[in-house]
Design a binder for this molecule. Structure first.
Ligand SMILES: Cc1cc2nc3c(=O)[nH]c(=O)nc-3n(C[C@H](O)[C@H](O)[C@H](O)COP(=O)(O)O)c2cc1C
Length: 334
């Protein structure tokens, strides 16, 4: 419990520019997952910051209004960071200015870590790391022209032959970035191998701006271990949080109190239906429902039956029934 108060302290753990960050753990930006409902859930459980899913600057400047929903958030999610990706400094600036005016985020982050080929091969995402000069130009122009802080999320480098996170980190700092998050793998590693926490420690040593460590946090103990090992300012949690949003409250799955488990999963479904419409909300919720029900030990046939239920009222009733039927004693969640 001491740990819980530690991560949810009201005192700022660090600042991004002038924005206080009250807590050391935060949900990672994740396309398809870190939408407003999930951010509300994780923020209320203790995630200190709300990062949007990445947003294509090309869509923003083309005024394709579809991106707007990905930028939307509730006030309780603040501090909110909207993440953009592109390979063009002018377009990133135009998009960031538009985002700043329309959505008022607390800061803007530039994705320099996405290794999906459609993004990276055009020089965006981790592709930017191949061009450190462009990294500097992008950040410099954003810092000079926006009124909110600018951060970047990077990897170790484009590939194992071109590891350059220290060089890029220094360029980011010199160009005025307010913080840097490091997913401690190279682009060509995708999600393979282990994240190199030594690299996070080295980056923290090298820079004065806050460094946020990312990669391979799976348990509450891992959070403390990353903090101790790297001395980083914040810990960003991605995949583990999808299955266990309660990690932000200091719980590994077996430790989650049954009442908190229930109230969280019911609230998550409600927020999904409110954010989308009831039909779409239930469809998007399926991927979470599967994980939540697996924790309860619900059998595969019952899960399959739920996931093929299209009517939102029936889906909701079945989900509630399963969660209630499979209520477990403390310590029995898996
Ligand atoms: C499904 C999925 C979507 C992701 N989308 C984004 C994204 O939009 N922006 C970003 O910076 N990183 C994205 N990432 C990378 C994560 O933010 C994070 O760096 C990575 O998952 C490593 O952290 P972890 O080991 O805690 O999962 C994504 C990762 C996953 C698994």
């Amino acid at each position: 419990m001491a740990f819980l108060t530690d991560v949810t302290t009201r005192e700022p753990a660090f600042h991004i520019g002038n924005i206080p960050v009250c807590g050391v753990t935060m949900l990672a930006p994740m396309d398809g997952y870190s939408d407003s409902p999930f951010r509300q859930i994780t923020r209320s459980l203790g995630s200190a910051v709300s990062f949007t899913e990445f947003i294509n600057a090309m869509e923003v400047v083309s005024k394709n209004s579809k991106y707007g929903k990905r930028c939307s958030y509730q006030e309780m999610e603040r501090p909110v960071c909207i993440q953009l990706f592109d390979n063009d400094a002018d377009r990133l600036l135009a998009a960031a200015k538009r985002i700043e005016t329309l959505f008022h985020p607390d800061w803007i982050d530039i994705n320099m870590g996405c290794s999906v080929s459609q993004v990276a091969n055009r020089g965006a995402g981790v592709g930017l790391l191949k061009n450190p000069m462009l990294v500097g130009q992008v950040i410099d122009s954003l810092v000079r022209n926006l009124s909110v802080p600018v951060t970047a999320k990077i990897r170790l480098g484009w590939d194992t032959e071109s590891v350059n996170y220290l060089e890029v980190g220094r360029i980011l700092e010199e160009s005025g970035a307010a913080a840097v998050a490091l997913h401690a793998r190279t682009g060509d590693q995708l999600f393979h191998g282990s994240a190199d926490w030594d690299a996070i420690a080295q980056l923290k040593q090298a820079l004065n701006i806050p460094v946020i460590g990312n990669g391979d946090i799976q348990t509450v103990a891992d959070i403390r271990q990353m903090l101790d090992h790297t001395r980083c300012d914040g810990v960003m949690i991605g995949r583990a949080a999808i299955a266990n949003p309660w990690i932000f409250a200091g719980y590994d799955i077996p430790d989650v109190p049954a009442s908190l488990f229930k109230s969280t999963v019911f609230m998550h479904l409600k927020l999904m239906k409110d954010y989308h419409d009831p039909v779409r909300g239930c469809v998007v919720f399926r991927k979470y429902a599967k994980k939540y029900l697996t924790h309860l030990g619900v059998d595969k046939t019952a899960i399959r039956n739920l996931l093929t239920t299209v009517d939102p009222d029936q889906f909701t009733a079945k989900f509630h029934q399963l969660v209630d039927d499979y209520s477990v004693e403390p310590g029995e969640l898996k």
